[in-house]
Design a protein around this ligand. Sequence first.
Ligand SMILES: NC(=O)c1ccc[n+]([C@@H]2O[C@H](COP(=O)([O-])OP(=O)(O)OC[C@H]3O[C@@H](n4cnc5c(N)ncnc54)[C@H](OP(=O)(O)O)[C@@H]3O)[C@@H](O)[C@H]2O)c1
Length: 164
Amino acid sequence: MTKLTIIVAFDSKGGIGINNSLPWRLSEDLVRFKRITTGHAIIMGRKTFESIGRPLPQRRNIVLTRNTEWQHQGAEVVNSLQAALHLIDNTDAFIIGGADIYAQALPLCSQLLVTEIHQDVACDTFFPHIDPAHWREKERTTYYSEQNKFNYAFVTYQKIHSLS
Ligand SMILES: NC(=O)c1ccc[n+]([C@@H]2O[C@H](COP(=O)([O-])OP(=O)(O)OC[C@H]3O[C@@H](n4cnc5c(N)ncnc54)[C@H](OP(=O)(O)O)[C@@H]3O)[C@@H](O)[C@H]2O)c1
């Protein structure tokens, strides 16, 4: 069965983006993102793809858009989330954003890999609420970024499966 994992970095108010870009530059997070996603399929919205500006190497780049004309070299384009899931065909994949795609994919995911930025940063795009009734925090490691002068934490959440 496909295992879908969300990977996201958000600030103390759940902010993930501003002006279609990342609100911070945390190199440790970029390194971790690359290490975790390399060799796997990554599923993203068209705005996130355009914000990155190119397909990410050594990964299957699956881009969601409702525009049936849109295409980009190195991207596999789909017009619905169902079509993206069909494409990955039982392999594991990472949902890499942005807010629109996170909100739609959250109910389908079994794991969240969150980078918490312990700072209130100006943002215009937000991650949905993580409901503790549905998600259990499994692991947390906190660090300090000398470059940014803030703490950040890598946090893993597992979906709580109901017994009914
Ligand atoms: N901090 C983080 O971890 C992180 C990660 C990723 C992104 N971001 C940030 O998030 C922001 C972008 O997020 P966003 O919510 O504005 O955009 P987004 O989720 O990246 O992309 C939204 C677009 O995806 C397409 N789409 C959405 N649902 C679809 C569906 N069901 N079927 C087909 N296409 C669908 C539509 O494209 P069309 O308009 O082409 O139809 C829609 O406009 C940026 O600021 C980015 O930097 C942050």
